[in-house]
Design a protein around this ligand. Structure first.
Ligand SMILES: Cc1cc2nc3c(=O)[nH]c(=O)nc-3n(C[C@H](O)[C@H](O)[C@H](O)COP(=O)(O)OP(=O)(O)OC[C@H]3O[C@@H](n4cnc5c(N)ncnc54)[C@H](O)[C@@H]3O)c2cc1C
Length: 419
């Protein structure tokens, strides 16, 4: 069977966002090509948390069942317990969650490999570093570093936090800013995590809160490993006066002593846990600030970190990329969409996705402030409990299908049959 549509989609960038989108579009019979600068699809060696909102996307795209097979473990409700990181380790708040709040904590490589297996053959192109895109009246030309060009009806820039496509959409260079927060990431054998945290804490998602620092720990499904994210924020200087200069790396090798030095005076569970992260890297976390004023221009759109790079404090960046992909695939596969109305479709995507993802972006910064006792209630732990109440509700319980319906109505598609 040939493609269902008279247009072709090009995706630039094969991270979680681009790959999930490619699977979603291909399942709906849309012709798609994906161009990746690296020689293969790759992810960092860390875990990724996927909230209930994004799990629904994975389910719809046929990805969830494959992941469940790979991790070989039933999925369960995924809520966090907040504990003080300081001596005494007082429990502050247990996020209640709903029974339907099914989430995933999974190794990124395992996740990516599972998604890649679902790509139709021949659509992935490697060593294809996009250097620019240029829109013509009826198509877009993608220029690659190797001198080759590719022409497409629309281009979706899934090229991450340092996106090249962003420049074409905004008409100027917009770079993500250093947020003042550095992170160390570690995968810790579950037995070691139990030794540090005890059997109850090590097997359930937890956030350790404290002044200007916090840690998140959660077990990876189907693996005897606990993922640890260690965050340190310097609030004494403005963002612009810290962090890497243009051209410098955003990830540097670090020592365990440096990492431990940030946690002097913290409780014994934390120092023990950190002793199991032996060769840490230090990540300078960047985010788009202020959020972008548009995600699209003509036939070119942004998705994922290219559109809304955010701090990881709601575990939501990849999830927002998946939501983008869900809306895109629902819109592009509507029977009324064809070569002639693609620009309107992109505008409708921007209309529903931008407010939503930008709100999650801003919420992610706010969440970090609360975890590090710099939020509205400062270090008053009883008040902090109130700040944490409902922390994830707006992320996890969003009605994505309503967004799709809104976009259809913007496009004047009411009453027409959906595919
Ligand atoms: C410490 C930390 C923890 C996090 N934890 C979570 C979490 O638990 N849950 C969650 O949802 N999110 C989390 N995130 C955020 C999440 O990792 C990102 O939002 C997500 O990976 C972004 O995916 P993406 O596909 O948009 O971009 P990327 O993963 O950056 O992929 C971009 C791809 O494009 C390619 N590319 C770039 N430029 C070009 C070019 N010019 N031409 C061709 N290809 C190009 C790159 O090689 C790459 O493959 C976390 C982030 C951090 C830093």
């Amino acid at each position: 069977m040939g493609p269902k549509k008279d247009f072709k989609v090009s995706i630039v960038g094969g991270g979680i966002g681009g790959l999930v989108l490619a699977v979603g579009l291909a399942r709906r019979g849309i012709e798609v090509n994906i161009f990746e600068q690296a020689k293969k699809f790759e992810e960092t060696g860390a875990g990724v948390g996927v909230g209930p909102n994004a799990v629904k996307v994975l389910q719809d795209f046929g990805i969830l069942d494959e992941i469940v097979k790979v991790v070989n473990q039933p999925l369960n409700t995924r809520t966090f317990v907040f504990i003080s990181g300081l001596p005494g380790h007082e429990t502050i708040y247990e996020y209640p969650g709903l029974e339907s709040d099914i989430g995933l904590g999974v190794h990124r490589t395992q996740f990516l490999d599972t998604v890649v297996k679902l790509l139709p053959p021949g659509i992935a192109h490697f060593n294809k570093k996009c250097v620019s895109v240029e829109e013509g009246p009826e198509s877009v030309n993608i220029h690659f570093e190797d001198g080759i060009q590719h022409t497409s009806d629309i281009v979706i820039g899934c090229d991450g936090i340092r996106s090249v496509i962003r420049r074409a959409v905004l008409g100027r260079v917009v770079v993500a800013k250093f947020t003042g927060t550095v992170a160390f990431r570690g995968l810790i054998p579950v037995d070691s995590a139990i030794e540090a945290l005890g059997p109850r804490i090590a097997v359930k998602p937890h956030v350790f809160v404290g002044p200007d620092r916090h840690l998140t720990v959660y077990p990876l499904q189907g693996q005897p490993i606990v993922n640890a994210g260690v965050f340190i924020t310097d609030r004494s200087k403005p963002w612009d006066e810290q962090g890497p200069q243009p051209g410098e790396s955003w990830v540097l090798p670090a020592t365990q002593e440096e990492m431990l030095g940030y946690f002097e005076g913290w409780g014994p569970r934390i120092t023990k846990l950190l002793s199991f992260i032996t060769k840490p890297n230090k990540w300078f976390l960047h985010a788009l600030s202020p959020p972008l004023e548009t995600y699209v221009k003509g036939r070119i759109a942004l998705l994922g970190d290219a559109a809304h790079s955010m701090l990881p404090h709601l575990g939501a960046g990849a999830g927002q990329a998946m939501e983008d992909g869900y809306v895109f695939s629902a819109l592009l596969s509507h029977p009324a969409v064809n070569k002639n109305n693609l620009k309107d479709v992109l505008k409708a995507y921007d209309n529903v996705r931008r407010p939503r993802a930008n709100r999650v972006l801003e919420g992610s910064s706010n969440a970090g402030e609360i975890y590090e006792l710099a939020g509205p209630s400062g270090s008053n732990l009883h008040e902090v409990r109130n700040d944490l109440t409902g922390n994830w509700d707006f992320v996890w319980h969003h009605d994505l299908d309503q967004d799709v319906r809104t976009a259809f109505s913007i496009l004047g598609f009411e009453g027409k049959e959906e595919s």
